[in-house]
Design a protein around this ligand. Structure first.
Ligand SMILES: *Cc1c(COP(=O)(O)O)cnc(C)c1O
Length: 413
């Protein structure tokens, strides 16, 4: 049965070939990608790493060096975001503090932000999940007023804008990821973009000292990209998702990843897909808009509204179910209909066991983040979604809303 993957970026065969050729033959491919992402964000310098996680560790170490204030050991992160964010904070020798999140927007609860003693805070890290911009302008002015650095985590928001500014371009440092399921991908990779010379120099010194990704590893990743190129298609993804060794859809708390420079062999994928980013963003946004239209009368889910002035760069469309039971019921029904709905990250960060011992007492209960974790589900919006995707999603969700307690088995076409 055909199956629409939860997220992904189409990588047609010709694009694959030209991207690989660029990485093999163009000695300037990595520098070009770093420059392109810096320009995209409005920053002046860019640096590429093996993963977004590695980039984040380096960014926080550089901010600590630049701040040169031993009291500033805390980093405020969104109470609902990728587990690798607090893991990177700990890797950098800092303490994650958790700010609550507004379920209506998935942005920071700005009232909860007032709770922190800013003199102990080194940085605040945005989340911009699913390509929906956080209230970056307000986070930026809060950070400036408080003497706190802002790291704009745009791992899921390359191509998104807020108030006519690119997400990733707010604050002191921006971060992008090239992992699978992000806005563009080379399966692995992360970037930092920055302008302030003091911080940029601190990043550059660390980047220079890092070893590169091993050639053999980069070759394996290039081979995996060939598989990705084929298996992301709906006609094959039904098989792909059942391959256990791919570990698709699992959220693990990982903190033993290496800090390495990004390999040139993969840079062509970043460059070629970046050239397609405007079109990718346009298609994903149009699919999200169509879903919003179709789901208008579907009471089983609530749409997460982009903030005023936001132009999202969706990786997937987040919606909120009424409760956890209804959510798992809806996800099962969508998956049985061949649509890759997911429950996203399984817990608010205050409920992640690996963090339990280091959490500040006042960060242990985050009602907004918990509400999101209990009810959020994501719907695919990538270019492999078919023309009738929005109608199909609405049909499945409506059938549930009208009360069938047991989801009808999807009939094989
Ligand atoms: C994916 C992601 C990261 C980490 O990027 P990797 O390249 O996967 O290490 C950081 N923050 C957010 C919000 C992410 O979604």
């Amino acid at each position: 049965m055909s199956f629409i993957a939860p997220a992904g970026t189409p990588l047609p065969v010709l694009l694959y070939a030209s991207a690989l050729l660029e990485g093999l033959t163009d000695a300037g491919a990595t520098a070009k990608l770093a420059r392109t992402l810096a320009q995209h964000s409005g920053h002046t310098r860019g640096f590429l790493f093996s993963t977004g996680r590695a980039a984040m560790v380096v960014a926080l170490e550089a901010l600590r060096e630049a701040a040169n204030d031993p009291r500033r050991t805390e980093v405020i992160v969104s109470g609902y975001t990728c587990y690798s964010v607090p893991a990177s904070v700990l890797r950098a020798g800092l303490r994650p503090r958790l700010c609550d999140v507004d379920p209506r927007t998935l942005s920071f609860d700005l009232d909860d932000l007032q709770r922190f003693d800013a003199t102990r805070v080194l940085a605040v890290v945005s989340a911009n999940l699913y390509g929906l911009p956080n209230a970056m302008d307000q986070l930026e002015s809060w950070a400036r007023r408080s003497g706190v650095a802002l790291l704009d985590d745009a791992a899921q928001a390359l191509g998104a804008r807020l108030a006519n500014r690119p997400v990733g371009g707010f604050g002191d440092i921006g971060l992008y990821s090239l992992d699978k399921g992000k806005n563009i991908t080379s399966l692995e990779g992360g970037a930092l973009v920055v302008s302030t010379p003091l911080i940029a120099d601190a990043i550059e010194r660390r980047w220079q000292a890092l070893p590169g990704v091993k050639a053999a590893h980069a070759l394996v990743t290039a081979a995996k990209l060939a598989a990705y190129s084929l298996l992301l298609r709906p006609s094959l993804y039904g098989i792909t998702r059942k391959l256990p060794f791919l570990g698709l859809g699992l959220t693990r708390y990982e903190d033993d990843y290496p800090l390495l420079k990004y390999p040139r062999l993969l840079a062509g994928f970043g460059n070629r897909l970046y050239a397609r980013l405007p079109e990718l963003t346009r298609i994903r946004r149009a699919n999200a808009e169509r879903l919003r239209e179709s789901l208008r009368n579907v009471s089983a889910v609530e749409f997460v509204a982009p903030l005023p002035g936001a132009e999202p760069g969706y990786t997937r469309l987040p919606v909120l179910a009424r409760n956890p039971e209804s959510r798992s019921h809806l996800i099962t029904a969508l998956q049985e209909a061949g649509i890759g709905a997911t429950a996203s990250y399984p817990a608010a960060l205050c409920d992640v066991p690996e963090l339990a011992n280091i959490l500040h007492e006042s960060d242990r209960r985050l009602p907004g983040a918990r509400d999101i974790a209990a009810r959020i589900m994501t719907i695919p919006v990538h270019p492999y979604c078919p023309g009738d995707h929005a109608e199909k999603v609405a049909q499945v969700l409506l059938r549930d809303a009208t009360g069938s307690a047991v989801p009808a088995r999807a009939h094989s076409p």
